[in-house]
Ligand binder design. Structure first.
Ligand code: BGC
Length: 477
C-alpha cells in the first residue's frame, strides 16, 4: 500500500504522544438489523422524511460491522497508536433493558481483540448519540441517566479487563443543542431553552457511568468528551457581548464546570442584562441535588476535548441557517452564529482557524487548570468534497488542516505556549473513514480513507499516506 511520498508538513510529536483516529457506531457500522440489534433514535429519526439532507439513513453507512477487520488493518498499516470508537447501545442491550445481547458482545470483543493484536489501543465511548427508541423522552428524563449508568456497569463486567481507556459520553452539548433545542438531530425536539434539563441528565449519566465502571473493576482510564468552541462576540456592542456570554455558558461552561468543579457555573456579570424570562431559564441548574453533583464530579483520569471551530455570536434573530440546513427554532433564539471573516472554509462551511484551537486550550487552562486532569483531543478534523481519481484522493486541504491544528495544540501546550501547564497526552483525528455525517447524510467526507458508499470500497487518501509517512518517521527517529 506504500506509494510515492506525499508532500506535507513534518510533524514533531513528543515522545509517548498518542496519535489516533475516532469514529462513532451510528456513523460507520450499518447492519442495523444484524445480530439482534434493535432500533436507535437515529435509525428512527433518519427514516423520517426531510430529516437528513440527502435522504440517507443509518442502515448501511460504511458497513464497518462487516468490514471491521479491513478497517483495523488500515489502521495498523497507518501506524496508529489508538482508535476511539463507540458502542451501539441497542446492539449490546436491545430495547435498552435486560442482560447484554451475546451477539453484540461478540462483535465488540472481536473488534477489541483485533485492535489489541494490531498493537492499537482501544478508547471506547459508551454513548455517542444513539439511544434506544424505547427511551421516548430521552435525556429529558432523569431515568435515562440511571439506565445509562446500569448499561455502563453491564458493559464493564464484560470488557473491564481489556479496555485501556473509556469515554462515558460524547459531546452532550451537541445533543442538547441540536437534538433537543433546535430539532436538527435525533430525537428532533425543538424546545429551545426548555431543553436545558438534558444538560443535567447527561452529566448525571456520565457520573453514574464513571461509578459503575469503577464499581465493576474497570482497569482502564476513564474520561468524558466535551466539545469546546471559543466564543467571540461579533462586535463590541453590549448586546452582542451579552449573547456571546450566554452562548459560552450554554455551549461550554455548563458542561465543563460541573464535571471539573462539582458545581454549575455562576452566570457571568454580562448576563444580568438578559431579559428576565431568559435569565429565569438558567435557574434550572440551581436545583441540582448535591449528591448528583458529587457523582458528576467523580475524579477523572483524563478529560477529552473536541475542537472544530470558534463561534462568532451576534444578538438578534437570524434566518435559522445552520450547517445542517435551516432550523425554524434557530430563527427564534435571541442570537445568531455569524461568519468569522477572512479564513478558509471546510466542506461544511466551517472556518479553518487553528489559532482559535490555541484559544480553546488557553481558556480551558485558565478556567480549570488547577483541577484539569491530563487532556486528550478526542476529535479534530475536516470535511472536504473528495474525489477518487486514478485510485488517489488528493486531499491537500485536509493534510494542511490536520497538520495546522495538531501543531497549534502542541505549541499552545508547550513550554512557551498560551495554554502551558496543560498535560496534553494525545490527539484523535476525526475521522478514520468517510462516514454518515448525521443530518448531513453522506454529503460531508471527513475520512483519512475514502469510502464508496455504493460498494463499501475503501481508498486511502493522500492524508492517510502523509500521516503514515510521519508516523513511520517518528518510529525510526
Ligand atoms: C461529532 C461527530 C461528528 C463531527 C463532525 C462531532 O461533533 O462528535 O460525530 O461527525 O463532529 O460533524
Amino acid at each position: 500500500m506504500n506509494r510515492a511520498p506525499v508532500d506535507g508538513p513534518q510533524l514533531e510529536l513528543p515522545d509517548g504522544f498518542v496519535l489516533g483516529t475516532a469514529t462513532a457506531a451510528a456513523q460507520i457500522e450499518g447492519a442495523v438489523r444484524a445480530g439482534g440489534r434493535s432500533a436507535s433514535i437515529w435509525d428512527e429519526f433518519s427514516a423520517q422524511p426531510g430529516r437528513i439532507l440527502d435522504g440517507s439513513d443509518t442502515s448501511v453507512t460504511a458497513d464497518h460491522y462487516h468490514r471491521y477487520r479491513e478497517d483495523v488493518e488500515l489502521m495498523r498499516r497507518l501506524g496508529l497508536d489508538a482508535y476511539r470508537f463507540s458502542l451501539s447501545w441497542t446492539r449490546l442491550q436491545p430495547s435498552g433493558t435486560g442482560p447484554l445481547n451475546p451477539e453484540g458482545v461478540d462483535f465488540y470483543e472481536r473488534l477489541i481483540e483485533e485492535l489489541l493484536a494490531a498493537g492499537i489501543t482501544p478508547f471506547v465511548t459508551l454513548s455517542h448519540w444513539d439511544l434506544p427508541v424505547e427511551y421516548e423522552a430521552g435525556w429529558l428524563e432523569r431515568d435515562t441517566a440511571v439506565r445509562f449508568g446500569e448499561f455502563a456497569g453491564l458493559v464493564a463486567e464484560r470488557f473491564a479487563d481489556r479496555v485501556p481507556a473509556w469515554i462515558t459520553i460524547n459531546e452532550p452539548a451537541t445533543v442538547t443543542l441540536n437534538g433537543y433545542a433546535l430539532g436538527q438531530h435525533a430525537p428532533g425536539q425543538a424546545m429551545l431553552f426548555d431543553a436545558l434539563p438534558t444538560v443535567h441528565h447527561h452529566l448525571l449519566g456520565h457520573g453514574l457511568a464513571v461509578q459503575a465502571l469503577r464499581g465493576a473493576g474497570a482497569k482502564g482510564e476513564i474520561g468524558i468528551t466535551n466539545v469546546y468552541s471559543p466564543v467571540v462576540a461579533a462586535t463590541q456592542q453590549p448586546e452582542d457581548q451579552v449573547m456571546a456570554a450566554l452562548f459560552d455558558l450554554v455551549h461550554n461552561t455548563v458542561f465543563c464546570e460541573p464535571v471539573l468543579r462539582g458545581r454549575y457555573p455562576q452566570p457571568p456579570p454580562q448576563l444580568s442584562e438578559l431579559p428576565p424570562e431568559l435569565a429565569g431559564m438558567l435557574d434550572v441548574f440551581d436545583d441540582a441535588p448535591d449528591e448528583d453533583l458529587a457523582a458528576i464530579a467523580e475524579p477523572l483520569d483524563f478529560y477529552g476535548l473536541n475542537y472544530y471551530m470558534p463561534s462568532v455570536v451576534a444578538a438578534g434573530h437570524g434566518d435559522g441557517t445552520t450547517p445542517d440546513g435551516v432550523s425554524e427554532a434557530m430563527a427564534q433564539v435571541p442570537f445568531e452564529l455569524v461568519d468569522l471573516p477572512g479564513c478558509p472554509r471546510t466542506g461544511f462551511g466551517w472556518p479553518v482557524a487553528p489559532e482559535y484551537f490555541a484559544t480553546a486550550l488557553q481558556q480551558m487552562q485558565q478556567r480549570y487548570g488547577d483541577v484539569l486532569p491530563p487532556v486528550y483531543i478526542t476529535e479534530n478534523g475536516a470535511s472536504y468534497p473528495d474525489d477518487v481519481r486514478d485510485w488517489r484522493v488528493h486531499d491537500v486541504d485536509r493534510i494542511d488542516y490536520i497538520a495546522g491544528h495538531l501543531q497549534a495544540a502542541l505549541d499552545a501546550t508547550g513550554q512557551d505556549g498560551q495554554a502551558r501547564g496543560m498535560d496534553l497526552r494525545g490527539f484523535f483525528i476525526w475521522s478514520l473513514l468517510d462516514n454518515w455525517e448525521w443530518a448531513a447524510g453522506f454529503t460531508q467526507r471527513f475520512g483519512l480513507v475514502h469510502v464508496d458508499f455504493e460498494t463499501g470500497r475503501r481508498t486511502p487518501k493522500d492524508s492517510y499516506y502523509w500521516l503514515q509517512q510521519e508516523l513511520g518517521r517518528r518510529r525510526v527517529r
